[in-house]
Design a protein around this ligand. Structure first.
Ligand SMILES: Cc1ncc(COP(=O)(O)O)c(C=O)c1O
Length: 376
């Protein structure tokens, strides 16, 4: 039995995901955390830090920065200097700080993770939203639509890479097109790369947007974290990589007085995750591939629903418009399955299914999925 097969009871815990359906027979496959324990090396580092017993204000430990830099160099061949790192308590904070820091309009492509829509709103930044293209069942960019979405005031492009919810790991050609677009229009790019450690296709690799060229580096705020990959989002430890000193100062000024420091446990977990969890990570990816294939097989068997291949993330983006339901999320919930409503991502009629769970849970969920389809 795999480490990932062992169920952990999350009902009655502090889990947002499981708490939504407390007391109901609904399997929660919505919010993006996994039902797996953190890697043993992360747990050991946390125990050690707790045993120290004192939790005063902490500065970023050198080890955390050192292992982040080593990880970026090893995994992506991306040389990053320590002073480019700005620690953050979360990626959503980073998206909001970017919108606060950059005076002007914001451009993004839908469907996308909902805070891409709300962050510009929080700072009264006009948001231009274009659609990703889905051609022959594969998601991609519509560069003409992107250019048409530009207004005279647009200054910031919010990129989701890999993309939640469509599951694409953008390839080098696509990223080069986006970099040329950003350069032509002189845009700052905020690249949310929180899912970069979750590339499932062995033929693909994550390429940090800022690593493409000196120009891309100069105009980019990259947001990353160990949170999704090592399943520690509740520990609140993330970082921005901002090579350009001027852009970094603007970002840091926008954080002043409102963004709290990363907590000491988050730093301990982050250092251990990047230092010690290579084997755990390889096993996780293998397990998630198996889960992804089960989801794809179930969806393929249902003639009226569709999904594109999931190249990265543990999220399947499913088109259920063929079922003709007025409220798909409520229908699936009534059949014992809690999924994310596509409407929140800018795409009513779609659902997002989180397959980051033990296979026994997933198989139960997929049986419920099939029942819900049959009942529609
Ligand atoms: C693309 C993306 N960005 C950010 C987040 C959340 O980041 P954080 O919990 O660090 O604020 C998520 C979580 O699902 C996400 O999918």
């Amino acid at each position: 039995m795999s480490f990932f097969d062992t169920p952990v009871e999350r009902r009655g815990s502090d889990s947002v995901k499981w708490g939504r359906y407390a007391g109901r027979d609904v399997l929660p496959l919505w919010v993006a955390d996994m039902d797996f324990p953190a890697p043993p090396a992360v747990l050991a580092a946390l125990h050690e830090r707790v045993d120290h017993g004192v939790f005063g204000y902490g500065h970023p430990p050198e080890a955390a920065t050192e292992f982040v830099l080593a990880h970026l160099a090893e995994q992506y061949g991306w040389p990053v200097a320590a002073e480019w790192i700005v620690w953050l308590p979360g990626l959503v904070t980073g998206l909001n700080v970017a919108c606060r820091a950059i005076d002007g309009g914001v451009l993004t492509a839908a469907p996308v993770y909902p805070p891409f829509f709300s962050a510009p709103r929080h700072f009264a930044r006009p948001l231009a939203r274009v659609d990703l293209a889905c051609r022959d069942g594969r998601w991609g960019w519509d560069l003409e639509a992107l250019q048409a979405g530009m207004t005279a005031e647009t200054r910031l492009f919010l990129l989701c890479h890999p993309h939640n919810p469509v599951g694409r790991c953008w390839n080098e050609g696509e990223l080069q097109d986006l970099a040329a677009f950003a350069e032509r229009n002189d845009l700052v790019v905020c690249s949310d790369e929180i899912h970069c450690g979750l590339v499932l296709d062995s033929a693909r690799r994550h390429i940090p947007f800022a690593s493409l060229s000196a120009d891309a580096a100069r105009r980019t705020i990259t947001l990353m974290a160990p949170s999704k990959t090592y399943n520690i989002p509740g520990l609140g430890c993330a970082f921005a990589v901002i090579p350009d000193a001027g852009l970094r100062r603007r970002f840091q000024r926008a954080m002043d007085g409102i963004v709290p420091h990363v907590n000491v446990l988050g730093f301990a977990a982050c250092a251990a995750a990047y230092r010690d969890c290579g084997d755990w990570h390889a096993e996780l990816i293998d397990y998630l591939r198996g889960n992804r294939d089960r989801v794809a097989a179930t969806v393929d068997a249902e003639k009226r629903v569709k999904m594109a291949p999931v190249e990265a993330t543990y999220l399947a983006w499913i088109d259920v418009r063929g079922l003709g339901l007025a409220n798909p999320a409520a229908h699936f919930e009534a059949h014992g399955l809690g999924l994310s409503d596509g409407a929140d991502f800018g795409a009513p009629g779609w659902l997002r299914l989180n397959f980051g769970c033990p296979r026994a849970t997933l198989d139960d969920a997929l049986a419920r999925f099939a029942n819900a389809c049959a009942a529609a």
